[in-house]
Design a protein around this ligand. Structure first.
Ligand code: BDR
Ligand code: CA
Length: 313
């Protein structure tokens, strides 16, 4: 593993996005070149602000945060306040951010960074709807072969969906963007619900964050307690699935995850199954393999990593 992995985090914070960003900012192996906000869990004016609140919470106000797409490529924006609260980051009391938002548009930043940095070195980590990433690929197709990989949270196959019976939220919000990404030819690692639904926060794990006693860990515990209540009720589980940090954890410890390289396609036509990701797990089609579709996680190891790293901030 190189000592520094340059990444761009595209995100719609979101408490689980927040934990993913904290994990990245706490990890010396990772160099966060920029954070690009997209509309998703809540509208863009809140996601870009939440991204800055998290950087300040981490004690990294020098991190560059950019604002991106205000709405999906084709469909109307769907948000998820019922999960994340009105602000998208309900739970802890976080001050209004004072660090600036960068003047450049997120899509321009993604394109410019990939054209500038050495080809094959920069990883895109996508934690929300894929609108910014797809728009960058459409704006400058030359970036595709220069991207090291896209690691994304999205989709679900065996597990079904979380926003419709067949679709996961990030892909459902902008299925057309997901289609662009899945057809881009860029190496893709997917963290679908099949994997993230096994990463449950549980009372014991939330308490472990709280007991660390640092400002950041207490804020994380407050976030998790707010965030998990919705899924606990829905699924009847102890804790909620901590989706987005799986993306960053894979960069740090890929051995925590297992899956299969296969073809993944997204539904963009049928209203009934809009945004469904169809994984050809058994290789029954001749469609080309385009993504590593994760299905399992060592959830104990995952939470150990999270608590140890975020505990450093
Ligand atoms: C995804 O949707 C959002 O609500 C979460 O932040 C995560 O990225 C899970 O379906
Ligand atoms: Ca997210």
């Amino acid at each position: 593993m190189p000592s520094s992995m340059p990444i761009i985090i595209d995100t719609d914070p979101g408490q689980d996005d927040a934990v993913a960003i904290l994990l990245a900012l706490a990890s010396p192996e990772i160099d966060v070149l920029g954070i690009t906000a997209v509309a998703g869990n809540v509208p863009l004016r809140l996601t870009e602000k939440n991204a800055r609140k998290i950087c300040e919470l981490a004690g990294k106000p020098e991190t560059k945060v950019f604002s991106g797409a205000i709405r999906p490529m084709v469909r109307q924006l769907v948000t998820a306040e019922e999960v994340h609260g009105k602000t998208g980051l309900n739970g802890p009391q976080l001050a209004e951010p004072t660090m600036p938002l960068q003047p450049q548009h997120a899509v321009d930043f993604i394109v410019e960074t990939l054209m500038r940095e050495e080809s094959g070195t920069v990883t895109l980590c996508a934690l929300g709807p894929l609108t910014n990433v797809a728009q960058a690929l459409n704006r400058e197709p030359k970036i595709a072969p220069r991207i090291k990989q896209i690691v994304l949270m999205g989709g679900g196959f065996f597990e079904g969906g979380n926003v419709t019976p067949t679709a996961e939220f990030n892909i459902y919000v902008d299925p057309h963007a997901a289609d662009v990404v899945l057809k881009s030819g860029v190496p893709i690692v997917m963290m679908p619900l099949d994997c993230t639904h096994k990463a449950l926060t549980t009372a014991k794990r939330t308490a472990a964050f709280r007991n660390r006693g640092t400002r950041v860990c207490v804020a994380v515990a407050d976030m998790l307690e707010f965030f998990e209540r919705f899924d606990e009720q829905k699924y009847g589980t102890d804790g909620g699935p901590l989706h987005d940090p799986c993306v960053i954890a894979w960069l740090l410890k890929p051995e925590l995850f297992s899956g299969r390289f296969c073809n993944v396609t997204v539904e963009t036509a049928s209203e009934l199954t809009m945004g469904m990701t169809v994984a050809d797990w058994w290789g029954v089609t001749k469609r080309p393999k385009n993504a590593t579709f994760m299905r399992d996680i060592d959830h104990e190891g995952f939470f150990e990593l999270l608590i140890e790293r975020i505990g450093r901030l």
